[in-house]
Structures are given as structure tokens and as C-alpha cells.
Design a protein around this ligand. Sequence first.
Ligand SMILES: *[C@@H]1O[C@H](CO)[C@@H](O)[C@H](O)[C@H]1NC(C)=O
Ligand SMILES: *[C@@H]1O[C@H](CO)[C@@H](O)[C@H](O)[C@H]1NC(C)=O
Ligand SMILES: *[C@@H]1O[C@H](CO)[C@@H](O)[C@H](O)[C@H]1NC(C)=O
Ligand SMILES: *[C@@H]1O[C@H](CO)[C@@H](O)[C@H](O)[C@H]1NC(C)=O
Ligand SMILES: *[C@@H]1O[C@H](CO)[C@@H](O)[C@H](O)[C@H]1NC(C)=O
Length: 370
Amino acid sequence: MCSKMIPMTTIDVNLVMFLLIIPFSVLPVFTVADHLFTFCSNDTGNYTLNSPYERNLKSLLETLPSITSLTGFNYTSVGESPDKVYGQALCRGDVNSNSCQACVEQAGQEIINDCRNYKDAVIWYELCQVHYSFQIMTSMSVYTGKNPEWNSQQKLLSDPQHFSGVLMYLMTSLSSEAAFNPSKLMFATGTIKFRNETVYGHAQCTRDIIPNDCQACLTTALTELKGCCSSREGGIIVSRNCNVRFDLYKYYNGSSYLLTYPSHKGSNWKIGMVALAVCASVVVIVIVIGSCIVCLLKKRGQQRGVERSHQALLKELACPRGVTMTDEGQLVSSEDLPFMDLTTISAATENFSENNMLGEGGCRKSTCTA
Ligand SMILES: *[C@@H]1O[C@H](CO)[C@@H](O)[C@H](O)[C@H]1NC(C)=O
Ligand SMILES: *[C@@H]1O[C@H](CO)[C@@H](O)[C@H](O)[C@H]1NC(C)=O
Ligand SMILES: *[C@@H]1O[C@H](CO)[C@@H](O)[C@H](O)[C@H]1NC(C)=O
Ligand SMILES: *[C@@H]1O[C@H](CO)[C@@H](O)[C@H](O)[C@H]1NC(C)=O
Ligand SMILES: *[C@@H]1O[C@H](CO)[C@@H](O)[C@H](O)[C@H]1NC(C)=O
């Protein structure tokens, strides 16, 4: 079993600071130099004071600052088994060589005080972390994430709705970048807009683990970050092999890549689709109504046309053009009409009454059958 150990000295200092802060509540609780968290592993045995293990540990902690400051990450070991001590240090990827070295030095002094007698311990600062152990540590065995007290001191967002989604989009992108982009040396920074704010974040792994382990470590860390901090203005999760952080101000040096939250595009796209659907329906309705109107007009036009032709026919019948009649009133020829007895037509239409127009099927059955 492992336990977190907050040393009494830190508690006392915090308590004193807290009491001091009451009248001066604008003062920050943590200064830049404060460590975020110390983890002294009590399940791995103790070393005794002035033992070879302690001497090797001190030597290791003196070596780490200079060898780490070259590239921001290194590991080494001192002594021989059973008193061999392994150690590694990691500086945040943006930190310059001098700041890195200073941080690792301070971490070494603090960890030996905080975890006296412990054969395995880790300490985290804003700018660096240091881990020593009696065991070799060149691969990730278990996730050892910590949610430092620092998080609960971050202000709550006034309106955290939708923040979690935006934050996780940023942090997930940075995690992939850190794990799988070899040029990044397992450290990625980036920003994203949230309302009128800019969210700054980073993801980082120790460079002794493979990309898939880095990704796995960061994924678990992000779950914790979401849990502790997705309604806060800042958050940090630290672990032996990875760490993640975000804030609403630029807390790191160097350029940062601005990401765009795709669900904005998504919602625009949705609005576009809805608009398109509405337009399409309107167009369809207009076409349907239009065709109905055209249909009706056409029908009425045809009816009128029929009426007109009836009238023309009647006119024709009354004053036939090109019709030759015999003296007896026999129709001899007509362009429009078959040979027909005018008297027959006259009779059939009841003397051309409106009720019995030709071509309208208006013949009364009685007349027709007569
Ligand atoms: C380590 O600490 C935890 C919690 O403080 C405790 O339950 C456990 O027994 C300790 N283990 C050892 C080996 O001391
Ligand atoms: C190691 O020492 C600490 C105190 O220095 C003690 O609390 C702890 O139980 C010890 N652990 C073992 C495994 O002896
Ligand atoms: C790590 O430290 C060794 C010395 O112990 C040094 O030769 C090496 O260049 C360092 N590696 C990096 C990546 O800084
Ligand atoms: C950030 O950059 C400034 C200017 O180059 C430098 O003074 C400062 O030490 C850097 N901070 C860190 C943590 O490296
Ligand atoms: C964003 O708006 C809030 C109030 O709506 C304000 O308190 C805050 O200072 C603004 N932030 C920035 C970066 O402008």
C-alpha cells in the first residue's frame, strides 16, 4: 500500500501562512518555489541514517541537477546492490537550463527532508519532478497520479457549462501530440478559446517510457483532471511518468498552438443542415402549391377553352364558314363538321340551348335515345 505523505513541516508552514493570510487575503498560498506534492512510498522498506543507501542517495541527488539541465530529462544510478539508488528528474519542457537545474536542486533538498528513511519517493514542483528508488525505473509499471492540494485552491469558473468538453478536447489533443510526435520530446503545449477566455495547457511524459505507455498514463491523468478541475480556472495532475496542467493564463514559455473546438463547427454544420432542411421543405411546399395552382388554372383554362370551343361551334353552326347547303337545308360539306343535318343538330341541341352544348356530353339521355 502506498500513502501520500504531507510532511508536518509543510502543514505547519501552510497553517502559519493561512493564519497570516486572513488579514492579507490577496497573498497567494503557494509561492513559485513551493512543491506541489511529495509522495513517500512506505511499502518499499526504510533505509537507516548514515547507511550506504543514504550516502548513495545524497550523491545521486547532487548529480541529477546538472545532468538533467542539459535536455530537461535524465536518469542515473549510484552505488551497487543492495545499496544501489536509481534516480530520474524531469523538467517541464519549456523550462530553460538554469531554471531546470535550480528546480532539481531544490527538489533534491526537499525530498530528502520530506521522505527521510524512505527508499522510494517522488516530489513534484511546478517546473520539475524528481524520483528516486532502490528499484530500476526505466518503464512505467503502474499509474501513480496525484491530485495536489493546489487544485482546490483554484478559483471556480463563474459559468463552467461546456468547459469540460472544450478542456478535454484540448488536453486529449495535447496528450496525443506528447505521446506520438517524436519531435516534441514528450511535451506538448497548446491553447483553446472558451468564451472570452484562452485556456492554456500542457501534457508531458518522462522520456524513459514508450509512446503507448505515455498515452495510457496521460489518459488516466486526464480522467482525474476532469474529475477535480473541469469547473475550475486551473488544474494539475502529477504522476511518476506523466503530468497534465491547464490554466487561464500563459504559465509556460514559448509559442503555443491554438486549437479549434470542432463542436463549434459541428453546431454550425447542424444549423446549416436545419436551415437547408427548412429551405428544402419550403421549396417543396412552394412547388406543390405552385403545381396545384398551375393545375387548377390549367383545368379552368381547359374548361374555358371547352366553353370557347362550344361557343365557336355554336357560332359555326349558326353561321357556318365553308358550308354548302342544298336548297332543302341539307349540309353538303363543312371543314369542321361531319355531314349532318342542321335540323338534326338543331333538334338535338334543343335549338342550341345552353343546356345541350355539343361536345360537353350534355345530351340529355332522352334526346340522345330519341
Ligand atoms: C503504509 O501507509 C499506509 C497508510 O498510511 C498503511 O496503511 C500501511 O500499513 C503502511 N505500510 C507499511 C509497510 O508501513
Ligand atoms: C519507515 O519509517 C517510517 C518512519 O520513519 C515508519 O512510519 C514506517 O512504518 C517505516 N516503514 C517500514 C516498512 O519499516
Ligand atoms: C544524461 O546524463 C549523462 C551523464 O550521466 C550524459 O552523458 C547524457 O548526455 C545525459 N543525457 C541527456 C539526454 O541529457
Ligand atoms: C521564460 O523565458 C524568460 C525570458 O526568456 C526567462 O527569463 C525565464 O526564466 C523563462 N522561464 C522559465 C521557467 O524557463
Ligand atoms: C471574460 O468575461 C468575464 C465576465 O463576463 C470577466 O470577468 C473576465 O475578466 C473576462 N476575461 C477576459 C480575459 O476578458
